[in-house]
Design a protein around this ligand. Structure first.
Ligand code: C5J
Length: 233
């Protein structure tokens, strides 16, 4: 088994992790948030701001997959009868077409609908875990914590959308559960540039109150091509 401690330049300071105890988390890269013509765009959002994360995230996925890191994807959505959707959530915003209604890509945020699924560019492969979550945080009402503990995971490389909502909520939940999160700034996206900036600043503020922030290039340089996790659990 080779050297498993790796270091990445990050803010607020260098992030050190055990490659055998680290997983990649890809949050909610779903058609309804990211693809043109989906729910997100229907709400008036500029999806190009989310789509810019696809190319760097593909590079990170490829590198971490080939090195043997566990990859975990999440999807925000609900059971077809909406029994796991708080009425307050579906009512929020007084939308004409909202959660559970038929939108441009099928029933909005309902499991099994086309728009709820992960975009073609970032499809899970093989036995990669997909966590279906009813909330913003990936730990709320899911098996994520149980799965991570069973795999002895300590550190999470966090990517996906949106930076200020599901990414931030998940990083905070992870932090409270004792995980260390490294957020890749070019692999997380927001429809709103000011939220992108401040959501990242909040994570790394006060000595890394919720975690660390770096770029995909810095992580890829630390992982190094061909270097495997060595002792994947
Ligand atoms: C939102 C998410 N923004 N994945 N979901 O409602 O961030």
């Amino acid at each position: 088994m080779g050297e498993s401690r790796l270091r990445v330049p990050a803010e607020p300071y260098e992030f050190e992790f055990d490659s055998r105890r680290t997983a990649l988390l890809v949050i909610d890269m779903q058609r309804d948030f990211v693809d043109p013509g989906g729910f997100g765009e229907q709400l008036g959002n500029d999806v190009s701001r989310l789509r810019r994360v696809i190319a760097p995230l593909q590079r990170v996925l490829e590198a971490m997959r080939s090195a043997g890191y566990p990859v975990i994807h999440t999807r925000e959505g609900h059971l077809p009868d909406l029994s796991d959707c708080p009425p307050t959530k579906s009512a929020r915003g007084h939308l004409t077409t909202g959660i559970g209604d038929v939108g441009p890509m099928g029933r909005i945020l309902v499991r099994g609908s086309y728009g709820h699924d992960i975009i073609d560019e970032l499809k899970p492969v093989g036995d990669e875990t997909v966590i279906d979550k009813p909330g913003k945080g990936a730990f709320f009402a899911t098996d994520l914590d149980f799965i991570l503990r069973n795999r002895n995971i300590q550190s999470l490389v966090v990517t996906g959308v949106t930076t200020e909502v599901c990414v931030n909520t998940t990083v905070r939940e992870a932090n409270d559960r004792g995980y260390e999160c490294l957020v890749l700034e070019d692999c997380v996206g927001s429809y709103f540039p000011e939220f992108q900036e401040y959501a990242l600043r909040m994570i790394k503020a006060q000595g890394g109150i919720f975690g660390w922030v770096t770029s995909s290039d810095q992580l890829l340089a630390a992982i190094r091509p061909g270097q495997s996790v060595g002792g994947r659990v």
